[in-house]
Design a binder for this molecule. Structure first.
Ligand SMILES: NC(=O)c1ccc[n+]([C@@H]2O[C@H](COP(=O)([O-])OP(=O)(O)OC[C@H]3O[C@@H](n4cnc5c(N)ncnc54)[C@H](OP(=O)(O)O)[C@@H]3O)[C@@H](O)[C@H]2O)c1
Length: 213
């Protein structure tokens, strides 16, 4: 697939690298320096390149969005017309200090994003894991007992694309339902961050859901 990266920071610097190593054509975009994007593309190898958000969006089978909530409008403006595009959003709607969700309870960042880009198809995924686990999970992807990763969205085709990317990154995709479920998964992401960064186990944490009965 051609995967456009919108926001090449802690999350998507790693995710873009993983997708390039899994054989996808990746375009890194949206950082404060072009040199950073070019270095990410060089280090990722494979079919990775650096570009503008509009270039990342052009012909993309999936766009991964991971910027601070305050930068979402700006990156969408720069990406241009996203009609029909699949947007996999890793972003959480956090305040300036990253201490609390600014959208919650009766909506979610993902649902608000879908309203901002009505003609695109939004899936919420990857935002429930700390970026520190991503390389370890990818490295262990051929072993048994993959960690779970919940995702949700309203469009079947875009959810299939997201599930493929989740599998390629080394996780078991867990379909949590329609996009409105993001109002539960986004607070869950904060719980995971709390456990990862404040818990005894140190900064790395990935989880696995088991069914009982
Ligand atoms: N990090 C995690 O573990 C984690 C986990 C779950 C969810 N999330 C969510 O994922 C999203 C991204 O988080 P992150 O940790 O990856 O953030 P980040 O490292 O700050 O990455 C954000 C990206 O946006 C770019 N950017 C910011 N301001 C810009 C500007 N004015 N012009 C151009 N580019 C600009 C940054 O550029 P530079 O590269 O130059 O700084 C960076 O590439 C957030 O919504 C966060 O809540 C993160």
């Amino acid at each position: 697939m051609r995967v456009g990266i919108l926001g090449s920071g802690l999350m998507e610097g790693k995710l873009g690298t993983i997708f390039a190593r899994a054989g996808h054509e990746v375009v890194f975009s949206y950082a404060r320096s072009v040199a950073k994007l070019e270095k990410l593309a060089r280090d990722a190898g494979g079919k990775a390149s650096a570009g503008t958000p509009a270039e990342a969006a052009r012909n993309a089978d999936a766009l991964l969005l991971a910027v601070h909530w305050s930068r979402v409008e700006d990156v969408l403006d720069q990406a241009g017309d996203l009609s029909g595009k699949v947007i996999v959003s890793c972003s959480l709607p956090m305040n300036a200090g990253n201490t609390a969700l600014v959208v919650a309870h009766n909506s979610s960042g993902a649902e608000d994003l879908a309203k901002m880009v009505r003609k695109a198809r939004v899936v919420s995924a990857f935002n429930t894991v700390p970026s520190e686990v991503l390389y370890g999970v990818f490295a262990a992807r051929r072993k048994a007992g993959r960690p779970s990763l919940v995702y949700c969205g309203d469009d079947r085709h875009s959810k299939e694309i997201a599930a493929m990317l989740i599998r390629d990154a080394g996780f078991d995709p867990v379909d949590a339902g329609p996009l409105r479920i993001a109002r539960y998964t986004e607070p869950f992401a904060l719980l995971i961050a709390q456990l990862a960064y404040e818990g005894k186990g140190g900064p790395e944490l990935a989880y696995r859901f088991e069914r009982f009965g």
